[in-house]
Design a protein around this ligand. Structure first.
Ligand code: GLA
Length: 387
C-alpha cells in the first residue's frame, strides 16, 4: 500500500514514474552490544519498512525529500554536504561512502517514506541507509555486477553511520536490513560476517515489541564510550591473554581468572559482552530445540546484564520488562537495540498476546503517563525492489 501511495506522490512531485525499493527495520532477539566486539547477534528484520521511490537524472545531483519532513536536500555527488537534518545526513553519508568504494552512482530524485519509528531502537537509520544505497546502486548506469554484494553495501552504510552520524556502531543493523529472511532470525558472526538462518515462525509464540516512547536521541556519546571501554578491556586482558583480538576471544573461564586485574567499570562492561556472547549461542540452541522457556530465561538474563553491568537500560525499559515478567504467557523480555530508551522485545505465547498487550499498555501508562506502542512482529525479508 505504502509503496503505491509513494509512487503516486513521486509522480506528482517530480512528474516521472519511479522505481520503488524498501529495507526493513529490525528487532534484536538477543546478543546486544556484542557486534562491535566481533561477537554474535540474533536479529530479525521486521515488517515495518522504509520505502524509497527513485528516478535517475541526467546530471550528478541527488535531490531527496521525505514524506515526514518539509523541505529536503540537494547535493552534487562528490561535493561537500551543504545541508543539515538527520535524513539528509544519512542520505549524503551513504552516497559518499559508496562513491569512496568506487561505485559509479548517477544523479537521482528520491522520495522517502518510513514505517519504522525513529529513535525507537528499531534501526530506522539503517533501513534508510540501506534502502537509499540499494536504490541508487540499482539505477546506476553501469550496474555494478548486480545483484550487488549486500555485505559490501552493509559495510558502506556502517561507515556512513561512523562518519556522518557520529556513532561507532557495529554491523548488525545494516547487515540484517540487507540480508533479513522471511520467517527467520539470523545468527550473525560479526567477525566472519557469515550467518546462519534460524527459523522463527513459531507455532505457539509471537515476538512482541513494546515501545517505551522514550527516544534514545542523545545516546551516541554513551554508545561510543561503551565501545572504548570494551577496547580498553581487551588491551588490559591481553597482558595475560596475548592472543586475544576482541572480547569475542575471551572465554568465561579465562575471564574469571583475570577479571580481578581490571578496573571495576571495565570489568563489568567486559562481563556483559563475554556472557552475552555465550547467552546468544545458547539461545540459538534453545530456539532450534524448541525450548522457549530456556530462550526466555536467557532474554531476562540479557536484560539484567545490560541494566547492571553495561548500564544502557533506562527506568522505562526496566519497567516494561518488570511488567512483562508478571504477565501470563510471557517466556522472556529484554531491552533491544542500543538502549537508553526505545523498545523491549518480548516472547509471548500466542494465546496470551492480546491480554499481554492490554495489560502492559495499561500498567505502563498508569506508572508513566505514556501509552506504549506494542505490536506483533513478523520476521521479514531484507532490502528489495517493490513491484
Ligand atoms: C545499535 C548499533 C548496533 C549494535 C546495537 C547494540 O543498534 O547500531 O551496531 O551495537 O546498538 O547491540
Amino acid at each position: 500500500m505504502i509503496s503505491e501511495t509513494l509512487r503516486a506522490q513521486f509522480q506528482n512531485l517530480y512528474g516521472r514514474e519511479p522505481r520503488v525499493f524498501s529495507a526493513p527495520g529490525r528487532v534484536n532477539l538477543i546478543g546486544e552490544h556484542t557486534d562491535y566486539n566481533d561477537g554474535f547477534v540474533l536479529p530479525m528484520a521486521i515488517d515495518r519498512r522504509t520505502f524509497v521511490a527513485v528516478s535517475p537524472r541526467d546530471d550528478r545531483i541527488i535531490r531527496a525529500r521525505s514524506t515526514a519532513e518539509a523541505g529536503g536536500i540537494e547535493f552534487e555527488i562528490g561535493r561537500e554536504y551543504p545541508g543539515d537534518g538527520d535524513c539528509g545526513r544519512y542520505v549524503y553519508g551513504v552516497v559518499e561512502c559508496l562513491r569512496q568504494d568506487e561505485f559509479d552512482l548517477r544523479g537521482a530524485d528520491l522520495l522517502i517514506a518510513s514505517e519504522v519509528p525513529i529513535g525507537a531502537g528499531l534501526s530506522s537509520s539503517a533501513a534508510l541507509e540501506i534502502s537509499v544505497g540499494f536504490a541508487l546502486l540499482n539505477i546506476s548506469e553501469q550496474p555494478v555486477e548486480l545483484p550487488i554484494d549486500l555485505v559490501d553495501l552493509a559495510l558502506a552504510a556502517q561507515r556512513a553511520e561512523h562518519h556522518y552520524a557520529g556513532t561507532q556502531s557495529g554491523i548488525m543493523d545494516q547487515y540484517i536490513a540487507c540480508l533479513g529472511i522471511k520467517s527467520h532470525a539470523l545468527l550473525i558472526d560479526c567477525r566472519s560476517l557469515e550467518y546462519r538462518a534460524v527459523p522463527i515462525d513459531l507455532e505457539h509464540a509471537r515476538v512482541v515489541v513494546c515501545n517505551s516512547m522514550i527516544k534514545h536521541d542523545l545516546a551516541a556519546g554513551e554508545y561510543n564510550q561503551r565501545r572504548a571501554e570494551c577496547e580498553e578491556g581487551v588491551r588490559r586482558l591481553a597482558a595475560n591473554l596475548p592472543r586475544i583480538q576482541a572480547l569475542r576471544d575471551v572465554g568465561i573461564d579465562d575471564f574469571d581468572l583475570y577479571a580481578g586485574s581490571l578496573p571495576e567499570i571495565i570489568r563489568r562492561r567486559c562481563n556483559h559482552v563475554i556472557t552475552e556472547n555465550a547467552r546468544t549461542l545458547a539461545a540459538v540452541e534453545a530456539l532450534e530445540g524448541g525450548d522457549l522457556a530456556r530462550f526466555g530465561k536467557l532474554m531476562y538474563a540479557s536484560h539484567e546484564s545490560l541494566r547492571d553491568d553495561y548500564e544502557v537500560s533506562s527506568p522505562e525499559l526496566d519497567l516494561l520488562v518488570a511488567i512483562a515478567s508478571r504477565c501470563d504467557g510471557v517466556f522472556g523480555a529484554r531491552m533491544t537495540g542500543g538502549g537508553f530508551g526505545g523498545c523491549t522485545v518480548n516472547l509471548v505465547a500466542a494465546d496470551f498476546v492480546d491480554k499481554f498487550i492490554t495489560t502492559i499498555s495499561r500498567e505502563y501508562e498508569t506508572e508513566t503517563g505514556l501509552r506504549p506502542d506494542c505490536y506483533v512482529c513478523q520476521a521479514s525479508a531484507g532490502v528489495r525492489e517493490e513491484h
